[in-house]
Ligand binder design. Structure first.
Ligand SMILES: Nc1ncnc2c1ncn2[C@@H]1O[C@H](COP(=O)(O)OP(=O)(O)OP(=O)(O)O)[C@@H](O)[C@H]1O
Length: 303
């Protein structure tokens, strides 16, 4: 399990200090995929670098399986970080880079290296820096997945990958999570990009979490309902629902309601609606309505 407890981080910015993370506390269960979302400058990369042991927090604790990560080489050999700008030694071919990874990561899987070579079709004797940007990112995933990490940290990982490779990479990640309980934390600006792989999502804003939720809970707890009545819309109905949003479209009322679907249906049906439909909500809509409810303009955070 990954655990952040009261973590703060400040950078010197000229004469003043910039507070980048404020008292961040959260956990990531082993074998889960955590989506870290947030606006530019929210502190996502800083948080990921602290988790990877590249930066040290000013205060608080960061641990993986109850061991601190900073200056802990044994633990670090179980953790792989793919940064937003991937790095390879200049002049190194894929094979030379693979040898380097093999030396650093004791669980290196050579059979998988060969299998992924066939899947990706990249030349192992080519210098990595001569590949295109997207191909270099493929190499980063290739090497990282062969390192068989227990924790995979991804910063904006899918930028620059074409849709076919993107799906292949996502499938490989999901396979490792399912088969050997790998834990993944993935930062992104785009909820749609991560919603198909994550089971937990946190939104970081100006160095603090403004929302953290299990996606299944989120999906089963908010509903978009369309209702219409023969006569006047019964106001008493809305008072008895936990409404996040309500709008009239002609004779139809569209509501975003929190709660169990069966209970919502029971309440509304007491008023004999002539139309009662439950419509699908995208995750992005759920976030916008949930966060709108606590006064944040999430549209700006998630774009
Ligand atoms: N090494 C550094 N020195 C000084 N300030 C830094 C350093 N690294 C990050 N910062 C500052 O910390 C803040 C958070 O940056 P960070 O890269 O963590 O944000 P982010 O959420 O990843 O942003 P983005 O989505 O734009 O990549 C920014 O204001 C940035 O300028």
């Amino acid at each position: 399990m990954i655990s952040f407890s009261n973590v703060t981080k400040t950078f010197d910015a000229g004469k003043v200090s910039e507070h980048v993370l404020h008292d961040v506390t959260f956990e990531i269960r082993r074998g889960s995929i955590y989506g870290l979302l947030g606006s530019n400058g929210a502190g996502k990369t800083t948080l990921l670098k602290i988790l990877a042991g590249i930066l040290k927090q000013d205060s608080g604790t960061v641990s993986i399986d109850e061991q601190p990560i900073f200056e802990n080489p044994v633990l670090k050999s179980r953790v792989v970080f793919i940064p937003d700008v991937v790095f390879f030694f200049s002049q190194y071919t894929v094979l030379q880079m693979a040898k380097f990874y093999q030396d650093v990561y004791p669980n290196w899987n050579q059979e998988r290296f060969k299998a992924l070579q066939t899947l990706l079709g990249l030349d192992v004797n080519k210098k990595v820096q001569r590949f295109s940007k997207g191909m270099q990112r493929q190499v980063a995933f290739w090497l990282s997945l062969c390192a068989m990490p227990d924790v995979l940290i991804l910063d904006e990982p899918f930028d620059g990958l074409d849709p076919v490779i993107r799906n292949k990479v996502k499938n490989l990640i999901i396979q490792d999570v399912a088969e050997r309980d790998m834990t993944v934390i993935v930062s992104s600006h785009n909820l749609r990009e991560v919603e198909d792989i994550c089971d937990y999502v946190g939104i970081l804003h100006r160095g603090s979490f403004i929302l953290e939720k299990d996606l299944d809970d989120l999906k089963s707890d908010v509903h978009k309902v369309q209702v219409a009545f023969k006569n006047e819309v019964p106001e008493a109905l809305f008072a008895s629902l936990n409404l996040l949003h309500q709008e009239q479209r002609g004779s139809v009322v569209l509501c975003i309601v929190k709660g169990k679907e069966s209970e919502i249906e029971q309440v509304i049906k007491q008023y004999n609606p002539v139309i009662y439909d439950v419509l699908p909500l995208t995750l992005e809509e759920i976030f916008i309505y949930e966060m709108g409810g606590v006064g944040y303009a999430v549209e700006n955070i998630l774009v």
